[in-house]
Every structure is written in C-alpha cells, then in structure tokens.
Design a protein. Sequence first.
Length: 491
Amino acid sequence: MLETTPTEPSIPLGHARNVLVADDDPAIRLVLRHRLEAAGYRVDEAVDGRKALEKLRGEHFDAALIDIIMPGLSGLDLLSAARSEHLPTAIIVITAASTMSNAVEAMKRGAHDYLTKPFANLELVVASVAQAVAVRAAIPEPAGLTVDVTGGEIVGRSPAMQEVYKLIGRVANSDASVLLLGESGTGKEMVARAIHFNSERSREPFVAVNCSAIPPGLLESELFGHERGSFTGALDRKTGKFEQAGAGTIFMDEIGDLPLELQPKLLRTLQEREFTRVGGGELLRLRARVIAATNQDLENAVGQKRFREDLYFRLRVFPIQLPPLRERLEDVPELTDYFIAKAAREMGTEVRSISPEARAMLLGYHWPGNVRELENTVLRAALLAPGTAIRPDDIALGRAPMRPALGLNGGSLDENVAALLRDHIAALDEAEMANLYKGILAKFEKPLIEAVLERVHGNQLRAARQLGLNRNTLHKKINDLKIVIRKGAVD
C-alpha cells in the first residue's frame, strides 16, 4: 500500500487545474486521485490507453499521468499520438518497468517527466505535476522520433541513473554539444553511444577518439586528417576522425588532455562548423555532432590556464554528470547479474549466480574504479569459481580491499560487522558521511532480506516471521528494494 504524507493543498497558477490519471491498476488510480485532489487538482481517470487518448482529444487537461503498459494502446504510443496531434497536455510517464530504454524513449517522445512505480514518496508526484502545469504554456514539448535503434542497454535503475536516462532522452534529438562528466569507469562512452543511437543520427557513424591515448604530435592529424606531403612520413592523404564521422557523432574522450596548442583549432571547428586537413587549404564542413567527456575538473583547468574558457563553454552546452558507483550501490546486484550473464555468454563460464556472502562483499566495497572495476572483478571471479556460483573466496577486490564477507574471517558476527563498517567508513570523504546512519542501514537491509528468502526457499510468509516483520511490510520492501525471488520459490 502506498503511504501518503498530508500537506496543505497547493493549487498552481492561482486556480484548480485538470489532471488525467491513466493506469489499468485501480489501486494506483485511487491513490493518485486522492493525493492530487488533496493538493487542489481536479482529477479524471482512464482505464486504458485508448480511453486516455479519447479524453485528451475531447477535454482540456493541464497534465496527465500515463502508465506505459496498458491495454489497447501503450503509454509510449499514446504519447506519440498526443504529440503528433499537438495536444497541449503536459504528459508525465509512470511505469514499474523502469529500464533505460523506456526512460530515454519517453523523454524523446516529449514526456515532461518520467516517474517509477512503486512511488517512494507521493509528494514527488505532486511536485512533478505542479512543475508540468507551470511550464506547459511556456515550453512547448517537441515531437519525438520513432527510431527503434539502441546502443545497448545501460544497466541500473537507481534514482541517479533514472535522471541520466531522462537527460539522454531530452538531448538525443538536438544537435547541441554534450559534455559528459564523471570519474573513470562510470560509463561515459556508453552514455555517448546511447545519445547517438537514440538520435536521428543513429544510422550514421559513431566515431570515438581518446585524446589522452594519442601522442600530442599526432593528435591533430588524427582528428582533422592530413594531406600527402604535409609532414615527414605523410605519404598519402589521411581522413581524420571529423571526416570519418560524417553526419554521425564524434565522441572525444578525455577532452581535458587535449593539448593547449590544438584547442584554438577545435574551438574554431565548433564555432564555424568547418575545418581543414593538416597541410591543406580546402575547407571541409563539420556535419557531425560532438560529444566530449572528461574525468577532470575542467573549471579548475580553466583557472590554471590549461584549458581555454571559451572552448569549455562551447563544449558544455548540455552537461551530464555521471554518478560514481559508490553513490548508486543499489545498482550493484543488477550489474553483477548482468556481468555474470555476460561472462557465460562471451567466455563460456559455468557460473550462473552469486552467493549472498559474496554479494555482501560487493555491496560493501567502495569501488574506486566504478562500473569498469566491478565488471573486471565479476568476470575474473566467474573464471576462477569452481562451481556454478561465485563465492567470497573467488573475489579479489582492488585498491581498497576489504575483509572477507561476514563470518568468514574467524571472528564473531559482531566483530565481522564492525570490521566491515570500519573499512567502509574509512574510505568515505566528509560529504559522504552525511546521513550515514540511514545509508548504512539501507545497505544491510536488502542482503539480509535476500539471505532469509534464500534460506526459506522464497516463502515470504516464513521469511516475514523469521525477520519479525508483517507480511505486507515485507512484500513492500521486496518491491521497493527490487528483490528478485528465484523461480520455483513458493509464496
């Protein structure tokens, strides 16, 4: 059951507004109706996609909450129809199937927002509706594409990643330069590919170049190409990355390492949308979209005169900050399962699962190398594991190794938990120490419930008794924490 927090009614723009709630689940419609009406909105309902579209066509709604999976007409198809018919309603997509492709596609097709079920806090829903109502008249929503091409699924359903998916969807169909910011291993190239493959350029080339991996003396030729005889060893004309990208996307990774002497030429290329090959005079048109990425603090580099300020702002038209893995640890189990399946598919390993103790090790680690480090750790463990499940002894953690999983280093459970917490807390900075009590409890809750469910073979009634929880409370926690009960388990 969804919990609500009563607040004073908040009626945007000075008078009541009309909101449509479209969902085939009557419980969801009831809860949303009650909360929105308490906030001062007039609410109507639709039980499927076709009825929702009929209502949007025939009546005036300032905002609509639309489920993705509905009978008759899906929420995404409804969204496309509403935009193609220029219906003025601001549409907020709601779904329990919170995948990257759903989030990106919803934003591409013009959704105002994308919210996942179950709702952790209904006040977020009210806030989203209020914002949609406030901006609807001022910001027209663009029609989206229906290109069914992807660059691969980015794994993770945490709130931090949902925000990244929304930004991918919003920027995909524009030509704006994008600057991806984040630590090494956070998946910047995957996000760049997701932007490309969800854009109108998806059938054109995606060309990646790492500015730190090419010697400075060769980088200009690599980017812009060169004419025959332009320098010693230039025996033939070379096509550069900007030409190779055509009308597609060029991804410039580690842009912070671009030599200072090359930065004026890149700036001119971006400003004038034209460039010349090294040693040539022919003006070539830049048709590609530019996405850059860095793990450096470019503002600091500008202050130190290592990076041009004008180039920084030219690249930073649409910045996207990627969260480090330690800030989205709730994604670790899903990522781990994904990499286990990848190892089986690509390397022929026999591993199909991971023990609760080993999973707890992964959840307690700081992951300085982010998702890339997790992938390497899981793939190595899958190769080393003697059986079909990864165990603690199969896992080797890197720069900040932790003690083995709870109860496996000879001490008592209390001693092991204390040691685990000391290791974890020692790796945190001051900012990460905020609200630590709640964060630590959250990290232990999911593996505890998973371990008990495994012990009782998925029987939720027995698990609730052993945990000392009400069965409904346990059921809600299983949904909120996205705990997967193994097939064949009994309820």
